[in-house]
Design a protein around this ligand. Sequence first.
Ligand code: NAD
Length: 420
Amino acid sequence: MREDLLRNPVFAMAATQFDLVADFLGLNDELRQRTKWPKRLITVTVPIRHDDGSTKVYFGHRVQHHLTRGPVKGGLRYHPAVDLGEVAALAMWMNWKCALMDLPFGGGKGGITCDPRSMSMGELERLTRRYTMEMIPFIGEDIDIMAPDMGTNEQTMAWMLDTYSTHAGRLVPGIVTGKPLGLQGSAGRSQATGHGVAFLACRALNKLGIKLTDATAVVQGFGNVGSHAAYGLANSGVKITGISDVTGAIWNAGGIDTRKLRDHVAARGSIMGFPGAEPIDPAALLCQPCDILVPAATDMVITGENAPKLKCRILAEGANGPTTPDADKVIDARGDIFLIPDILCNAGGVTVSYFEWVQNLQRFQWSEREVLTKLETMLESAFSRVLVFADRNKLSHRMAAQALAVKIVADVKAQRGLFP
Ligand code: NAD
């Protein structure tokens, strides 16, 4: 199994990052092994009937990296490239993210290998309900709580909640987060990740002494994270000059009106054809001059090849794992890019998911202002901890964030001891 996981490039990348951090922390071999490998790797088959009457069997996964510090928390992804190794890597990063943000959770991730863009609503509903049924022995509001990720949304969470609650014979709102407000979702959850990305990118601009209204940003991905990061930055006065999605990329040096783009995407399902910008090659978009580059789509898009060509001052990682270890080496050597690592930059989502879960357990609703204020306080505190630790130990921001997080998990493992 170790070798199977390591054959996946995304897991190999997460494992390489972990090994570097474990070396820095001087973890002994026992703690290193116990902290690195996932606790549970679950794979299920998910057979569903398609609208044309045919039956198709999908493969679904859930990886629970650790239950050491509390229930597992993490998203559910629908994408053609999903496999167990990628899900395990994302679960590991979630684990460090929860520790860094001081949330009482272990990390988890789920995924189904499918192409949601080619499936009808009925097919997606049957897929989600059957996957939830298959997962029932392994999940619960104090065991494992899922949330939206790429290719899933609040409707997916509503179907999961309904399936689980029907099985339980009572409403169990805490079984998922990122659900609709009417089903006890949290105010502020849908924009939380992108809001956090924009908040931290603005904090980085402050650190670099760049005025928000003089700054420009390029955003890769215009889904949940990318669109809300773009709105948040635009609301702060930053000019959004380039945006891409899976269908292509657009550019306007004078600034893209993100609200008009939202309406265009709602009508057309794609950013392409937007009258307020010109098409541009998606790979070239990443290397355009800008103050903030926000990868908010998929993993491993900043590589050893394009990292030397980046012309951004700040790399704000909205996506999970967008930067490969080779690219990290280039960025470290360049020394002119302020990196906000994924486990910090996109932690707004899991932090507000935590708030949603707490509200569900307490049967209590907080206002949007309360949620976003608490979120900003927690992000600000984690941002400061990472910068101080990096500065003190002469580390990159990624190493500093991961070292702080891995140490928290390893310390708790040592305190709990080895059972039996
Ligand atoms: P989403 O499905 O809502 O949106 C994904 C966007 O990326 C879409 O606009 C899609 O067209 C675009 N895209 C896909 N492949 C692309 C490519 N090759 N080039 C350019 N654009 C591409 O997903 P999301 O929830 O916004 O998640 C995006 C990333 O953020 C993922 O890495 C996810 O793990 C991470 N993330 C999401 C959350 C959350 O709360 N949703 C939280 C933390 C991290």
